[in-house]
Design a protein around this ligand. Structure first.
Ligand code: SF4
Length: 242
C-alpha cells in the first residue's frame, strides 16, 4: 500500500476530535483546488510499513478518538486498506475514513465488514467545475456521490460533510440535492477554498478565479444551512469572525 506518511496526534482533521492520521496515495478525481495533488498523483509516496504503523497506533491509542484515513482517495487501495483495518479493529481503535464517496462498491465492502465508524467527505459543487474532469464523467461521479451519501445513511454512519466554498458559483442547488440524501447524524463544515500562500493548489489559474470566496458568499451559505436547522461550522482563514 502506498502512503505519504502519518501523524500520530492531530487536532485539525475532524471537528472536535483527536486523530491519528494516515495519508494514502492515489485518487480518481482531479480537483483543481486540490492541495494534496502530489499525494493524489502518487508523488512522494512509499510502501507502508504496516508493522511500524500498527505499533505507533497502539502506543497512541489512549490519546485519540479515531484512526483517520485520508489521502488522496483511500478507497483506490481498498483491498490493502481492508486488510489493514481488520488489524486495526483488533486494537479496538475506531476508524474514520475521508473519502470522495464515488467508489461505492469498495465503500460498501468496508462498511459490510464493520471496519469504519465515521466518514468525512467533501460535497464538491458544481461537480463539473470542482471534480476537474470532463462534463459527462463529472455528472456520473456526482450521481455516485449522491449514492455514497445514501449508503452512509443506510449504514447509519456519522458523517462530517465538508463543503469547499468556491468564489463565483451558485453551489446551493447541489448542496440541497446532497442534503436530501442524508438520513444519518451529520454536521457541516464550510471550508473556503484557499490558494497561495496558505496552500499549493493543483491549478493556480483556476484558483486565482475561484479560491478565496467573498465573505458574503460564505455568509449566505451559512445562513441558508442554519435556516434548515443544520449544525454548521465555518473554517475561517481570514479571521473576520463569520
Ligand atoms: S481534493 Fe481529494 S478528491 Fe479531489 S483530487 Fe484531491 S485528493 Fe482527490
Amino acid at each position: 500500500m502506498l502512503t505519504s506518511g502519518w501523524k500520530t496526534v492531530s487536532m485539525i482533521d475532524i471537528h472536535g476530535k483527536v486523530t491519528f492520521t494516515l495519508w494514502l496515495c492515489g485518487c480518481n478525481l482531479k480537483c483543481p483546488f486540490c492541495h494534496n495533488w502530489h499525494i493524489a498523483e502518487g508523488k512522494d509516496c512509499f510502501p507502508l510499513d504496516r508493522n511500524a504503523l500498527l505499533e505507533e497506533l497502539e502506543s497512541n491509542a489512549f490519546l485519540i478518538d479515531y484512526l483517520h484515513v485520508t489521502g488522496g482517495e483511500p478507497l483506490v487501495q481498498w483491498q490493502e486498506l481492508s486488510s489493514l483495518l481488520a488489524e486495526v479493529k483488533l486494537l479496538d481503535v475506531p476508524v474514520s475514513l475521508n473519502t470522495n464517496l464515488t467508489l461505492i462498491d469498495p465503500l460498501k465492502k468496508l462498511l459490510n465488514a464493520g471496519l469504519v465508524e465515521h466518514i468525512a467527505t467533501d460535497l464538491k459543487a458544481p461537480p463539473v467545475e470542482l471534480y476537474g474532469l470532463p462534463e459527462t464523467t463529472s455528472q456520473g461521479l456526482w450521481k455516485l456521490f449522491l449514492d455514497g451519501l445514501k449508503t452512509v445513511s443506510d449504514y447509519t454512519i456519522p458523517l462530517e460533510l465538508r463543503i469547499p466554498v468556491a468564489r463565483g458559483f451558485n453551489q446551493w442547488p447541489w448542496i440541497e440535492e446532497g442534503l436530501k440524501m442524508l438520513k444519518t447524524d451529520f454536521y457541516i463544515i464550510l471550508n473556503p477554498l484557499v490558494g497561495k500562500p496558505l496552500t499549493n493548489p493543483r491549478d493556480e489559474t483556476w484558483c486565482s478565479e475561484h479560491c478565496w470566496p467573498r465573505r458574503e458568499e460564505m455568509g449566505r451559505l451559512k445562513k441558508k444551512l442554519e435556516e434548515l436547522g443544520v449544525e454548521v461550522y465555518v473554517n475561517n482563514f481570514s479571521g473576520d469572525g463569520l
